[in-house]
Design a protein around this ligand. Structure first.
Ligand code: ATP
Ligand code: MG
Length: 473
């Protein structure tokens, strides 16, 4: 760990201590070089000075361990902006301070958009340089600490792309490893946004099929006839417009895995064909005379209770039993609140990087709210909330004002009615769901995508619910 101090220590002290940080200076003017070297060395930094872009690129490719990079815009052999891009690409955590001539502040602003930390305007005062470099070095220290912490966390609590350290998630990781090697179908059940697709990916990646394709079929987003064609393909001339033969996804995924997402929405025809593939490992493309043999592992995901659908006659019982040979139930986020801080940090890191923002964390009241909230849209909703917070953040923390109003405003949890005799729980839940959906649609001015966001649902899931509940708007 390096010792990072401000610039105010005197000479005799800093000679015995570790340097206050390593600074790289790139400027071709000898006077500036001398002034900066002298000034920064006196403040306890280890300073390296270069005069052209080529030398800097060379050095940066070998050594990225700098606290601060002071970079001039006008270089004899290149544009400082290009060096900035190069440096940030190679070392995204590098803290860069641009040196700019008086009157070219627009340049500095565009540099900051590219991730520069700040800028110095020539001619500068010594005190200004000391102050800015000290701040930059402090930021470098924080970035490094954050990165180390995050790495440690991720290595410890990550399974493929799934994050979580709760007991239930650790059990899930073990279970995935157990089932990955078999060829059995796995039915992945869980509320919207609990990570069903991630689990399916993890099963594929941990299986001997990992080198073969992993395809996702979302039956809800394609009309039934098209789905059949997409899945099984067709022979030449099978129907008007079928000028050539077409391979279906089943054939394209041969040797690999297919995830049937939202399996509850597939039509009866496709259910029958699917059952045949699962039983006989073969299928007939539309209009073909000979069936094809394939070796495809089938995974299915659903956020509806398939057993209920079987009872209602909307899903084939035989197919259900085939699918549910192994089933995984993903816990909703509210049942594993201890994963919330970890997930929140994970998404914070992702979205600060993506948006090139300097947000370091959450204010304590925000974290309390995140822990308390019910997360009907589960991890997807949490991800959206953090992304929004990062985009709206103006300082180095995410504050309550950046959270969606429904999380913190009054009436954040809608009043729940008591039990009514003669109305079963399922009916009550359905009614309640319909009320919330109508409300959200109204708030969103009828725009389903926006309403889905309010409810923390995927637009396709909301659409499905609207259809099922017969909501008109
Ligand atoms: N445990 C987790 N760790 C990290 N990211 C997660 C986790 N669970 C979910 N996510 C993220 O949340 C989002 C939703 O996950 P995913 O698509 O797998 O959910 P789902 O259960 O399939 O939801 P739906 O039923 O709405 O399709 C994705 O961006 C995913 O990366
Ligand atoms: Mg999904």
């Amino acid at each position: 760990m390096r010792n990072i101090r401000g610039g105010m220590t005197n000479m005799t002290m800093h000679q015995e201590l570790a340097p206050a940080g390593r600074v790289l200076v790139l400027d071709d003017e000898p006077v500036i070089q001398d002034v900066l070297r002298d000034l920064l060395q006196k403040s306890g930094y280890e300073v390296t000075v270069l005069g052209d872009a080529a030398a800097a690129r060379q050095l940066l490719s070998e050594d990225g361990d700098w606290d601060v990079f002071l970079l001039d815009f006008m270089l004899p052999d290149d544009d400082g902006m290009e060096v900035l891009k190069y440096a940030r690409k190679l070392h995204p955590e590098l803290v860069v301070v641009m040196i700019t001539a008086f009157g070219t502040v627009e340049n500095a602003v565009s540099a900051m958009k590219l991730g520069a930390f700040h800028y110095l305007t020539k001619p500068f005062k010594n005190e200004e340089v000391r102050h800015l470099v000290a701040q930059a070095a402090k930021t470098a220290g924080l970035r490094r600490e954050n990165r180390d912490l995050r790495k440690a966390l991720e290595e410890k609590y990550k399974f493929e792309k799934i994050i979580g350290k709760s007991r239930r998630m650790k059990e899930l990781y073990r279970f995935i490893d157990q089932v990955a090697s078999s060829t059995s179908t796995v039915l992945i059940q869980g509320e919207s946004g609990t990570g069903k697709e991630l689990v399916a990916q993890a099963i594929h990646r941990r299986s001997p099929r990992a080198v073969k394709p992993f395809l996702v079929v979302n039956s809800n987003s394609i009309p039934a006839e098209l789905l059949e064609d997409n899945l099984f393909g067709h022979a030449r001339g099978a129907f008007t417009g079928a000028v050539g033969a077409k391979k279906g996804l089943m054939e394209l995924a041969d040797g690999g895995t297919i995830l049937f997402d939202e399996i509850s929405t597939i039509s009866g025809d496709v259910q029958a064909k699917l059952l045949r593939v699962m039983q006989e490992k073969e299928f007939l493309p539309i209009g073909a005379l000979e069936s094809r043999r394939v070796d495809v592992r089938i995974l299915a995901a659903t956020n509806e209770n398939l057993r209920d659908l079987v009872a209602e006659g909307r899903f084939r019982e035989d197919l259900y039993y085939r699918m549910a040979v192994i089933s995984i139930d993903l816990p909703p986020l509210r049942r594993r609140a201890e994963d919330i801080p970890l997930l929140a940090e994970h998404f914070l890191a992702r979205y600060t990087k993506e948006n090139r923002k300097e947000v370091q964390g959450f204010s304590p009241d925000v974290m309390a709210l995140l822990m308390e909230y019910g997360w009907p849209g589960n991890v997807r909703e949490l991800e959206n909330v953090v992304e929004r917070g990062v985009v709206l953040a103006t300082g180095d923390r995410i504050h309550v004002e950046t959270l969606p109003a429904y999380m913190s405003g009054p009436g954040r949890s809608p009043m729940l009615p008591g039990p009514v005799e003669g109305v079963g729980l399922n009916q009550a839940l359905t009614d309640f769901e319909a009320v919330l959906i109508r409300d959200a649609l109204e708030k969103a001015g009828g725009v389903q995508k926006k309403a889905a966001e309010i409810l923390g649902l995927k637009p396709t899931t909301l659409n499905e619910k609207i259809k099922r509940l017969g909501i008109t708007h």
